[in-house]
Design a binder for this molecule. Sequence first.
Ligand code: NAD
Length: 296
Amino acid sequence: MASIGFIGLGNMGGPMARNLLKAGHSVTVFDLSKDAAAALAEAGASVAGSAGEAASGVEIVVSMLPAGRHVEAVYGGNDGVIARAGEGTLLIDSSTIDVATARKVAAQAADAGLAMVDAPVSGGVGGAEAGTLTFMVGGDADAFAKANPILGAMGKNIFHAGGAGNGQAAKICNNMLLGISMIGTAEAFNLAEKLGLDAQTFFDISSTASGQCWSMTSYCPAPGPVPTSPANNDYKPGFAAAMMLKDLRLAQEAAALAQAPTPLGSEAASLYGLMEATGKDGVDFSGIIKMLRGDL
Ligand code: NAD
């Protein structure tokens, strides 16, 4: 069993840290929210007074923070994770952040002689609670091998995506594709309906024809065909449009730096941006179909 420092105990980090405790690891936590840390203390964690303190004297550090600037703040500086972690400590950042910052922080860790992986997740709060997250990991093979059993206590599928930053790259490329395919699926169901074609009939045809995709068969934005999809639960998330927009914006940032044309990714970001601008981004991302129908 390992000694682990865990930083960032929000909707995702809280249950992930609990699963590490359940697996028998010894966990020291830190969060700016004292309440969040206290809840983990009740579950058996020790509480540190700073991120640096949580990172000192442990074998592994895991962080689950909102965005790149929080990761830079937590890892950098005199009392930061990199300065305070001892020799041989492995750093795992599971936050979803921009590829450039992930690579920059990993390089700072390497300069200090520390191995680091970026390991963003998919699976949402439900997956974090159930310990069934998918991890997409960027970093060298040794660091990946060392991270694997720790990630295995919090997730089910663990992929090595390549070097530093490639976990973030995999995550945003996947979610950009998901955002685009959801909008396409919503447009098709909306048009079908306006042409007098019943949603279930269109689903039966298209899900076995070339229009088939995950957004249709597992998460259909039209109510009816897929009983478990948020469309049948008043578009409650699930995966909120605001979270999809965050990932689409990260993809656009990366695309600009990499000079990769992503016209549909850009359009998807604009459309989810409209949901944000109208205060409707708390609904599930499949609720974009309601915006197309003019009833959001
Ligand atoms: P959250 O806002 O619920 O939690 C973030 C936590 O980090 C908060 O408790 C906050 O107090 C803490 N924090 C912020 N700055 C800090 C600092 N400097 N030091 C210590 N603690 C600090 O967010 P979340 O939903 O848990 O998401 C975390 C990450 O996981 C994000 O990058 C998000 O994009 C990603 N993610 C979330 C989901 C989801 O469904 N919520 C799914 C996949 C990925």
